[in-house]
Write a protein that binds this ligand. Structure first.
Ligand code: AP5
Length: 218
C-alpha cells in the first residue's frame, strides 16, 4: 500500500497518518519531520532549510526529491509507505512519475482556512515521538505533558498566526494545483495512476479515521 495524504497545513495529515500507518503496518514518511530532524541535528541540510521553514516557505524541490528518493529505498518501505507532506509541487509529483514510482491512492483531506488557523495556534507536539495534541480539540491528559512519557510538549515556531497565513498562501499557490493534477491522472489512467479521493477533514478525529480506512480498504 503506497499512499499520499494531500492537504493544507493543519488539515490533520499527521494525526491521521499515524492511524493509517499502524493499521497497514507501513512507515509514515513526513518530509516536515525529516527536515525538522535535520535542523535539530544542525546538519548542513538543516542549516540550509531552517530559515525557509521558519518563514513557512517551501524548501527547494531538488533537495526534497533527493531526500524522499533515498528514504523510500529503505527496507521498511518494502511493503509500502505513507507520504505526509510530499509532493507539495507539480515538479515533485512529476519527479515520482518520471522515476516510475507507483502510488496506489492519493487522498485529499479538505479543511477551510479559518479552521486551520484555529487548529495550528493550539497545536502541541511531543518532539521525540511526533505525537500531536491540541489545547482544546485533543488536549493531553496533563497540561502540556505527553500522555505516554510525561515529557514537555512544544509549539512549533511556524505555528504563529502570521506564519500560518503565509503557509496557507504557499499551499494555495503551489500545492493545491496537485488536486487537479491527480484528479486528471485518475481519470486518464494512462500510467498506472493512483486513485484520487477527497475527504472533508472536519469533525471527530475518530470518524475521519474510519472514513479514511474505509476508503483505503475499498
Ligand atoms: P510539515 O511539517 O509537512 O507541515 P504542514 O504540511 O504544514 O502540515 P502540518 O504538520 O502543519 O499539519 P498536519 O496536516 O499534519 O496537521 P496535524 O495532524 O498536525 O512541513 C513544515 C515545513 O517543511 C513546510 O512549511 C516547508 O517549509 C517544509 N516542507 C515539508 N515538506 C516539503 C516539501 N515536500 N517540499 C518543500 N518543502 C517542504 O493537525 C493540526 C492540529 O489540528 C493538531 O493540533 C491536531 O490535534 C488538530 N486536529 C487534527 N485533526 C483534527 C480534527 N478533525 N478536528 C480538530 N482538530 C484536529
Amino acid at each position: 500500500m503506497r499512499v499520499i495524504l494531500l492537504g493544507a497545513p493543519g488539515a490533520g495529515k499527521g494525526t491521521q497518518a499515524k492511524f493509517i500507518c499502524q493499521h497497514f503496518n507501513i512507515p509514515q514518511i513526513s518530509t516536515g519531520d525529516m527536515l525538522r530532524a535535520e535542523v535539530q541535528s544542525g546538519t548542513k541540510m538543516g542549516e540550509q532549510v531552517k530559515s525557509i521553514m521558519n518563514e513557512g516557505k517551501l524548501v527547494p524541490d531538488d533537495l526534497i526529491i533527493m531526500m524522499i528518493s533515498e528514504r523510500i529505498q529503505q527496507p521498511d518501505c518494502k511493503n509500502g509507505f505513507l507520504l505526509d507532506g510530499f509532493p507539495r509541487t507539480i515538479t515533485q509529483a512529476k519527479a515520482f512519475i518520471e522515476a516510475g514510482i507507483k502510488i496506489d491512492h492519493v487522498i485529499e483531506i479538505a479543511v477551510e482556512d479559518q479552521e486551520i488557523i484555529a487548529r495550528l495556534s493550539g497545536r502541541l507536539i511531543h518532539p521525540a515521538s511526533g505525537r500531536i495534541y491540541h489545547k482544546t480539540f485533543n488536549p493531553p491528559k496533563n497540561e502540556n505533558k505527553d500522555d505516554l512519557t510525561g515529557e514537555e510538549l512544544i509549539q512549533r515556531k511556524d505555528d504563529q498566526e502570521a506564519t500560518v497565513r503565509s503557509r496557507l498562501a504557499v499551499y494555495h499557490e503551489q500545492t493545491e494545483p496537485l488536486i487537479a493534477f491527480y484528479q486528471q491522472e485518475d481519470q486518464q489512467r494512462s500510467y498506472p495512476s493512483p486513485k484520487f479521493s477527497r475527504l472533508v477533514g472536519v469533525g471527530n478525529v475518530d470518524d475521519i479515521k474510519k472514513s479514511l480506512l474505509d476508503l483505503l480498504e475499498k
